[in-house]
Ligand binder design. Structure first.
Ligand code: GLN
Length: 539
């Protein structure tokens, strides 16, 4: 029988529920259990696809094309197993389903209510992934903070499920904050006590407290928390600030979170977790032999979460290369022909980021021209690839005012055009080209050398594409389409012949980079940047 772990948050948001869930899942997976994680978000949007990154950080895309919360990225990076549409559910999706059923008359004249109809649908979705017997343990992270009006139906669904599943088959972990008051020189337990009391008012007794803290929890503090929150002393788990999110599984192991959880779920703790490859990764991550700085030119640079997966992919690729990669964010709008040399001076490579809309386009084109002409390693992702195509069209091929149709619908040279399938689209939500598509890599190209295989699959999220009317012209001028979708001939990768590393993809490779499988494009880009760095040092 599948066992369920629910993770709630107390006191404040941003405590890192996603990382704690992913870390616990990693430990359970390392003990041989089949684990998955799902996230239930209490907002009304059907999915985060229509949200501005400033609202909710990056939108993560799964293999099956779901636009999801960025925590799913952590789940995949830690577990190295794909998630799907079923792993992220919002209040909007729950209500949409219930209201559609109501319109179909499925409730047979009954009044449709939050309890039981909305809570029933939440429970159904919470158990969905258990249906095919694929998992021993399902971890469900509840977005938001206990006490929020909008998370109430989710907490009620958890209460009912716990009763239905029985105490040995489910448990609740409450992630909370134990703040340190510098003036008093003390850690404070009261916010945690209150947030547990709120949970109790809703009928949910947490089994485990994971306490985010800047200082170690003394045994007195642990005792106090245990006594006032009604949990075993070994179920008070310290989660101290860590140098990297990838340290958290080992910190949780030290606190025996996995053992506590397995014992409560009456599951065997016989197999010790096999974390050899995880530790090898951490060893490399922490002992770099070199350090380089890579520029990330984008539009949402003030907010690190907007490019979460890109930053993480650099961490994975840095570890492979035993090189610390500092990612320097550069606001595309701030780049112009007069300052570009200065702005890019200290960089060993530049990534032009994905994005939407015109803001910052000119700066990106100026940066790409400089990088191309000065043979600095370049990596373009999605809009970054489209910009590379526009820049090359304008400055090398003399296609005056070449542009993407997204930016200029009057352009004489729409080198990036709206995809055929997008022309009829009117709704914004869930209508882009989303999810995994096959791509054939051309023999003898840089892309072929990087991937080491001819057939690849990558994840997408875009409406515009390379305009194949210009393909011959581009290839003659030296920009090669080295990856093509075999079904519809969409150009998925472009590269320059006469450049040490100038590669760009229409897809999002960052979404597939995990600790166990760092993405080859990132690994090669970091290697090329490192080589450039060493060469520059010698000069
Ligand atoms: N705005 C571009 C498009 O829709 C690129 C999207 C992206 O970078 N994810 O095609």
């Amino acid at each position: 029988m599948t066992k369920y772990i629910f993770v709630t948050g107390g006191v404040t948001s941003s405590l890192g529920k996603g990382i704690i869930s992913a870390s616990l899942a990693k430990l359970l997976q390392a003990r041989g259990y089949r684990v998955t994680i799902q996230k239930f978000d209490p907002y009304i949007n059907i999915d985060p696809g229509t949200l501005n990154p400033y609202e909710h950080g990056e939108c993560y895309v799964t293999e099956d094309g779901a636009e999801t919360d960025l925590d799913l990225g952590h789940y995949e990076r830690f577990l190295n197993t794909p998630t799907s549409q079923a792993n992220n559910v919002t209040t909007g999706r729950i209500y949409q389903h219930v209201i559609e059923k109501e319109r179909q008359g499925a409730f047979l004249g009954k009044t449709v209510q939050v309890v039981p109809h909305i809570t029933d649908e939440i429970k159904r979705r919470m158990c969905l992934l258990a249906n095919d017997g694929q998992y021993d343990i399902i971890i469900t992270e509840l977005g938001g903070t206990v006490g929020d009006i909008e998370s109430l139906p989710f907490v009620e669904a958890v209460r009912q499920l716990r009763w239905e599943l029985g105490t040995n088959n489910s448990l609740v972990i409450h992630l909370t904050l134990v703040p340190f008051l510098a003036a008093a020189g003390e850690l404070k337990t009261k916010p945690t006590q209150h947030s547990v009391k709120t949970l109790l008012e809703y009928g949910v007794q947490p089994d485990v407290l994971v306490c985010r803290t800047e200082h170690h929890l003394s045994s007195e503090i642990r005792k106090k928390l245990a006594l006032f929150c009604n949990v075993n002393i070994n179920a008070v788990v310290e989660s101290i600030d860590a140098p990297s999110i990838y340290d958290v599984p080992l910190l949780m192991l030290k606190e025996q979170l996995d053992k506590t959880v397995l014992t409560k779920l009456k599951l065997s703790t016989k197999n010790d977790p096999d974390l050899a490859s995880w530790k090898a990764f951490l060893g490399k991550l922490k002992n770099p032999t070199e350090e380089i700085t890579i520029g990330l030119v984008g539009k949402y640079v003030e907010l690190p979460d907007a490019y979460k997966s890109i930053n993480e992919a650099f961490i994975h690729a840095g570890a492979v290369n035993e090189c610390k990669v500092r990612v320097k964010s550069i606001a595309a709008e701030s780049i112009n022909p007069d300052n570009v040399a200065e702005k890019l001076k200290k960089l060993s490579g530049v990534l032009v980021a994905p994005g939407f809309g015109e803001r910052g386009l000119d700066g990106k084109l100026v940066a790409i021209r400089y990088i191309r002409e000065n043979h600095i390693p370049f990596f373009g992702i999605c809009l970054g690839m489209q910009c590379a195509v526009i820049e090359f069209g304008r400055n090398v091929m003399g296609l005056k005012n070449a542009n993407s149709y997204e930016m200029d619908q009057q352009t004489k040279h729409p080198v990036i055009a709206l995809m055929e399938a997008q022309k009829k689209v009117t709704d914004m939500g869930g209508t882009m080209r989303l999810g995994a598509y096959d791509c054939e890599v051309k023999k003898g190209t840089k892309a072929a050398a990087i991937y080491g295989k001819a057939k690849i699959s990558e994840r997408h999220r875009h409406r515009y594409e390379f305009n194949n009317k210009y393909l011959d012209q581009y290839e003659k001028a030296g920009m090669i389409a080295s990856g093509i979708n075999p079904e519809n001939n969409l150009v998925e990768i472009v590269e320059l012949k006469d450049h040490p590393f100038f590669v760009a993809g229409q897809f999002h490779p960052e979404l597939k980079s995990t600790v166990a499988n760092p993405h080859p494009l990132f690994v090669s880009f970091v290697a090329a940047s490192l080589a450039y760095h060493k060469e520059k040092k010698q000069k």
